[in-house]
Design a protein. Structure first.
Length: 291
């Protein structure tokens, strides 16, 4: 009976709707959540385990034994039906992660779907409200240390502000429409880190922040995307909203160390950090320089 159940599972995996991970989309899932009824990849299976067995019960398709009831649950659901159930109302601003995205984005996507059920209960989607305030750890320009700072995002004002002292004027006021946000866990050595780039006085500036909570940093990221989308819709009312959604945030096309020679004949080659951002090539003395 165990072998017969495994054969049935393998046949289910061969169906087009089950051939990719239900959560990150990578081809060839080898695990399953049998109470939810989805086939998932190894990494997403780890995230499901972190949810707890009261939410998701995870098994290997090939290594574990399955009983007939569990296989029947998989037959009755499958990835396509589960996505219809748990992704009823995913906001257009919400970046659905793919297999190459950072861990915090994939992990929070899974928690949002199955634990918090944000896409069934829109009141849980605090990032689409147009206003958010809270505290993030921000890297200081002078000392390179991270300090807890208050941040305020206000879509109506088109502003993203941070405060050194909460009851004083903001230290910086950035237009939401002119900033980009991308995750940067390797640079900051934090899984919940984000790099914000913006233009000031004709120069690209960088701001590095992180949160102690993965949910918090993802909410900030999605709030920025939501505000940018809504403002783009106002600026371009006749534009296709799906096309506008492709312009909300962007990943750097390429980053890494190169050796660059100075302008004078006798100058030596020095190690510099290069970033290709859209059509702009920039170099810095190290990845965490703010400008």
């Amino acid at each position: 009976m165990a072998e017969e159940n495994r054969r049935k599972l393998i046949q289910l995996l061969k169906l087009p709707q089950n051939s990719h991970c239900a959560d990150c989309g990578i081809e060839g899932p080898e695990w399953a959540s049998y109470n939810i009824g989805i086939f998932i990849c190894t990494q997403c299976a780890g995230f499901h385990r972190n949810l707890g067995s009261h939410i998701s019960k995870v098994k290997s398709v090939f290594l574990d034994n399955w009983d007939s009831t569990q296989v029947e649950l998989m037959e009755n659901m499958g990835n396509d039906k589960a996505q219809e159930k748990y992704e009823i109302d995913v906001p257009l601003c919400y970046k659905r992660p793919c297999s190459t995205d950072v861990q915090v984005l994939k992990e929070q996507w899974i928690q949002a779907k199955y634990d918090r059920q944000e896409f069934l209960h829109t009141e849980e989607q605090i990032y689409i409200k147009g206003f958010m305030e809270g505290h993030l750890w921000k890297r200081g320009k002078e000392d390179g240390k991270f300090h807890l700072r208050k941040f305020v995002l206000n879509e109506a004002e088109d502003t993203f502000k941070y405060y050194v002292k909460e009851h004083k004027e903001p230290k910086a006021v950035i237009r939401i429409s002119e900033l980009n946000a991308t995750f940067c866990p390797m640079k900051v050595n934090s899984a919940n880190a984000m790099q914000i780039t913006y233009i000031k006085d004709g120069t690209t500036r960088n701001m590095f922040v992180y949160s102690d909570d993965g949910k918090d940093i993802v909410n900030w990221y999605m709030a920025i995307r939501s505000a940018k989308l809504n403002r783009l819709q106002i600026a371009f009312p006749k534009a296709d909203i799906q096309e506008l959604a492709q312009q909300l945030t962007r990943e750097f096309l390429k980053e890494g160390w190169l050796k660059k020679k100075g302008p004078r004949a006798g100058d030596a080659y020095r190690r510099r950090w290069f970033t290709l951002d859209n059509r702009r090539l920039m170099y810095l003395t190290n990845p965490l320089v703010t400008y």
